[in-house]
Design a protein around this ligand. Structure first.
Ligand code: ADP
Ligand code: ZN
Length: 747
């Protein structure tokens, strides 16, 4: 009898493939890696289960080698990945690859590079520093020695690079015998690099008294943990209500029962408070998993988790697949955050997968938020989730008082090119005078958002995408137009490329311009900016944040990156330059996102002893998302939002699947989308509605035209089946179609 196994191979969109086991190769366990032929290549796949011998078994290809004697992926993690493949309609290998540590599916056996190069001062180097011998001539070399002098054991090269020490400088010092470079065997500690300066600081005290609300929530959650059954709880607590303290104490209770804890955060670099709190209680028992780590670091941590050396994992989205055994608690902090959704295949939502993981493990899942996702609150209100509330800040600190400025009136009084209203200028000035700090938010990067010609009205557009180019200041100081989607960039021309007229003007403004404006108004203020442009440099984001924490920055300007999770006691003012930036988007979540962003950012003010204030500038003071955000009234916002979702049939009233067709011409994309839509409509399932085809709001992206079809329905299983059946009839389209189940936006 021929034996067969099913294997998930890392090839986009492929289902599991069946292979036969040749004589002499023992049956591998489920979750082990195997080397199998695929086309003309050999690839590493993961055994998903026993295969069915069928009439065509003799023609099946054979497994070449079994790479693991034991399961590489634990059973529950493999099951979770296969669930993801099914639910999000992607390939089995796509999902399994997402669950694997880096390089584990590279051809052959995985190798972890367990060494790091470290530089340390030599005896001669010390003498040079002390002035007992001639010091090196270059200032760069002297600076490098000064940095190394503070670390007798030496510093890893990546750490030195983050501190501005170039590899060439180190090489020169090494040649002079002032520095020695060695190779260290390490189990890398990801906290050692960027995290250290952020992690230092206030230590959450083990014996601080909980507020009544914290104590009540904790007691309820502990009871749920003790029941040892799957349950989802929403911990709905206003900003500064001390949710982290509740998580940590609950985690202790779970550890006391010898079960493990998984904590998901939206972006680890921006949520140091959470990582720090868990580390301070659980020390080395904590592993960290996020995409900011190098492959080697991630691999090491993954192995530690896999071998049971770790009982608490803190990580971003992909950590939902961490190979923890005996899971008792899953925490998803800031569960409403859009970064939990992966915007490439597999397009899974970390929070939703976390809930499935908790269900399979019989664990408690705690979703924490000050502004829950509409879906989450909907389930909490209906009783499907436990609903726990923290309505007050710790130590009876008041929520920030919010003041709305109608920019139409400001424009009428002071002209349309003002960036800061009079009330905001006054409020920032006051903070500077008192030595307090201010955050200024504008959720849009760059210097200007468009360049247009006053003569022919032409605009500077991306040749690949249907968007206008954003103006950024380059290092050279010259302006450059850049596409935020495909990264195309061009020097801003002096004359219009269409009519040759020299009348180019800039419109709109972003964070770069706001930063310049702050500097112009308050030349002595210490200003910093945090957005995707400044954070691109490795370590720059955490570095800016720790400078703010140390009081070395007076005004921090930034995008939504500054709105999340930080706890700066000396920030007493938050200014929002244009609260309506996101409302213009043709997206059903625009109001929800705006409400969340405003509430989050207002929550950054007044977290210390002094009360906070928020000044919100807007053109639409009457829009419900802005009105309710100013009163920080989540429930009222939710009621209005749900009415809108119900009227237009959007989630959580129905489920959505967005199908985007990409093609070199619009006609082709439209033709293919129409064909698929027609096949979908043939099914005549009453629970399913097919909208489109229609040009996607982003009609062109990276040189391709985009047309979409949207499925709406109340039964996701039926929707998926109908879609997969339709797609199966056009296999030629598979690579040009993007399927997004539960899309966060339909742009
Ligand atoms: P949230 O995540 O709900 O916005 P945090 O967990 O960041 O709030 O807590 C806000 C601040 O209050 C933190 O500095 C935290 O250490 C502190 N804190 C939490 N609980 C208490 C308590 N019971 N007493 C005093 N301070 C607390
Ligand atoms: Zn582009």
């Amino acid at each position: 009898m021929v034996k067969c196994i099913n294997v998930a191979v890392p090839v986009p969109f492929l289902d599991q493939l069946t292979y036969r086991l040749p004589d002499g190769i023992a049956t591998p366990v489920r979750g082990a890696r195997v080397l199998v032929p695929l086309g003309t290549r050999l690839v590493t796949g993961v055994v998903a289960g026993e295969g069915e011998p069928s009439p065509d078994t003799p023609t099946l290809k054979s497994v070449v080698e079994v790479l693991d004697a034991e399961a590489f992926l634990p059973g529950p993690v493999l099951d979770l990945a296969l669930w993801v493949a099914d639910y999000y309609a992607c390939g089995a290998g796509d999902a399994v690859a997402a669950a694997m540590p880096p390089r584990a599916m590279a051809h052959g056996r995985a190798s972890a590079h367990r060494t790091v190069r470290t530089a340390a001062v030599t005896v001669q180097g010390r003498e040079a520093i002390d002035g007992r011998t001639a010091a090196p001539p270059g200032s760069k070399q002297r600076e490098a020695l000064a940095v190394l002098a503070g670390a007798p054991e030496g510093l890893a090269l990546p750490v030195l690079r983050d501190r501005g020490v170039a590899a060439s400088t180190l090489a020169r010092l090494a040649r002079r015998g002032l520095v020695a470079i060695r190779r260290d065997q390490v189990d890398r500690d990801p906290f050692a690099g960027w995290a250290a300066p952020v992690l230092a600081g206030d230590d959450p005290s083990a014996d601080r008294t909980l507020t009544d609300e914290q104590a009540e929530a904790l007691a309820r959650l502990e009871a749920l943990v003790a029941a040892g059954e799957f349950r989802v709880a929403l911990l709905h607590g206003v900003t500064g209500s001390g949710k982290t303290e509740v998580y940590v104490r609950l985690a202790r209770a779970v550890r006391a029962m010898a079960r493990t804890v998984l904590v998901l955060v939206p972006e680890i670099a921006l949520t140091p408070a959470v990582a720090r709190s868990f580390r301070s209680v659980f020390g080395d028992e904590v592993a960290i998993q996020h995409s900011g780590l190098s492959d080697g670091e991630r691999y090491d941590q993954w192995q530690r988790i896999r071998h049971g050396a770790v009982s608490v994992v803190v990580g971003t989205r992909s950590a939902v697949f961490a190979p923890l055994a005996g899971l008792g608690l899953v925490i998803v902090d800031e569960e409403q955050d859009a970064s939990f959704k992966q915007e490439e295949t597999p397009r899974y939502h970390g929070r939703d997968v976390a809930i499935v993981r908790g269900r399979d493990a019989g664990a408690l899942v705690v979703l924490g938020s000050a502004t829950p996702a509409v879906e989450t609150y909907h389930h909490a209100r209906s009783g499907r989730y436990e609903h726990l509330r923290l309505t007050r800040r710790v130590l009876d600190r008041p929520l920030a008082s919010v003041r709305v400025v109608n920019m139409r009136e400001e424009y009428a009084a002071h002209g349309t090119d003002v960036i800061f209203s009079q009330p905001l200028v006054a409020a920032i000035g006051e903070r500077l005078g008192r030595g307090e700090q201010a955050l200024v938010l504008l959720n849009r990067r760059g210097l200007a958002t468009a360049v247009f010609c006053r003569q022919c009205a032409g605009t500077l557009e991306c040749p690949n995408c249907s968007v206008s180019l954003t103006v950024h200041t380059e290092r050279s100081g010259r302006p450059r137009g850049r596409c935020h989607y495909c990264n195309y960039s061009v020097a801003v021309p002096k004359a219009c490329s269409q009519c040759a007229g020299p009348y180019l003007e800039r419109a709109g403004f972003g964070t770069e311009r706001v930063e310049a404006e702050v500097t112009a108004l308050w030349p002595h203020a210490r200003v910093a900016r945090l957005d995707r442009d400044t954070a691109r440099r490795r370590g720059a984001g955490p570095d800016t944040l720790s400078r703010v924490a140390r009081g070395e920055v007076d005004v921090l300007v930034g995008t939504q990156m500054i709105a999340k999770g930080h706890d700066f006691p000396n920030v007493t003012l938050v200014g929002v330059v244009s609260a309506d930036v996101g409302l213009g988007l043709a997206d059903f979540r625009a109001a929800e996102r705006t409400f969340q962003l405003l509430t989050q950012v207002a929550g950054r003010a007044g977290r210390g002893a002094r009360p906070g204030e928020a000044v919100i500038q807007t053109l639409y003071p009457d829009h419900y998302s802005i009105r309710h955000a100013c009163r920080q009234d989540y429930a009222a916002f939710f009621e209005e939002e749900l009415r809108f979702r119900r009227a237009l049939r959007y989630p959580p009233i129905v489920g959505l699947i967005a199908v985007v067709f990409r093609a070199p011409t619009f006609a082709q994309a439209l033709e293919e989308a129409s064909d698929l839509a027609a096949r979908l409509r043939e099914g005549r399932d009453e629970t399913l509605r097919v909208l489109g085809p229609a040009p996607a709001p982003l009609g062109r992206l990276r040189g391709e035209y985009r047309v979409h079809v949207i499925l709406k329905g109340t039964h996701r299983g039926a929707m998926r089946e109908a879609l997969l059946a339709a797609l199966a009839s056009r296999p030629d389209l598979r690579r040009r179609v993007t399927v997004d189940v539960d899309p966060l936006s339909v742009l």
